[in-house]
Ligand binder design. Sequence first.
Ligand SMILES: [Zn+2]
Length: 272
Amino acid sequence: MPELPDLTIVAEELADRISGRSVTDVSAPAPILVRATPQDLRALVGMTVGPASRRGKFLLLPFDGEATRRTLAANPMLAGRFWLLVEGGAKVRVRTGLRLRFDDGSELRYVDREMLGKLYLVDPERLDSIPGWPEMGPDADDPELTIERFRERIRRHPGELKSLLRNPRFVAGIGNAYSDEILWEARLAPLRRRSTLRPDEIDRLYEAMRLVLREATTRLRSLVPPDIHLQHREFLKVHLRGGDACPRCGNVLRQIGGSEATTFCRTCQPPF
Ligand SMILES: [Zn+2]
């Protein structure tokens, strides 16, 4: 599942490579994923692509027309990927949800093996009409999310730390993989309840969240481009490495759960 660092890099790469292009064709081979009418989609033809960005787990792609503006907000959920194809380049053999063609012959595709992603085409002033958008908390890497604000926000969000980090109402952009990495870095057990945290542990959680996301984003910037459809996770320290040695203490990493597995170290992340 693409998370904050993955989508940040996709947005940077798209901003760099397709900003200023004009749309020559749009099609939605899997209309079920696209929350827009065929007329809305057709209206993108002739519009100019602006700089892509990211908010939470949404990739945002703005379009400027003569009289109207539109934003494509794509939440890739479990398996959505963006492909940027140049003319005569590689072929995509995965299910395409949306295809945009540009005036230089290049093509942006949203493909989704699981067909679970959600794509919205809205007026940029009406992002709030997207389900979940108005309740979304600050991005986990938002400079305005200071440690003071984090301490204050966490008080209002009870529950286990793993679910807390993945709750977009608390902080946006973190999923299953990076929540494991952050909790291991913070030396906090995933099933600890927020109410049991001491003030120094709350601060540790904040510092770990910022550090892990910053380091991953930097790492991905050198790994991902130009192949934005590839998801790199090989540098993660614990997520899905159950049975391996903990990189900090050497004890065996534990893994619980199935497809949405949680990996942690019982020594470094004691349950109290
Ligand atoms: Zn350990």
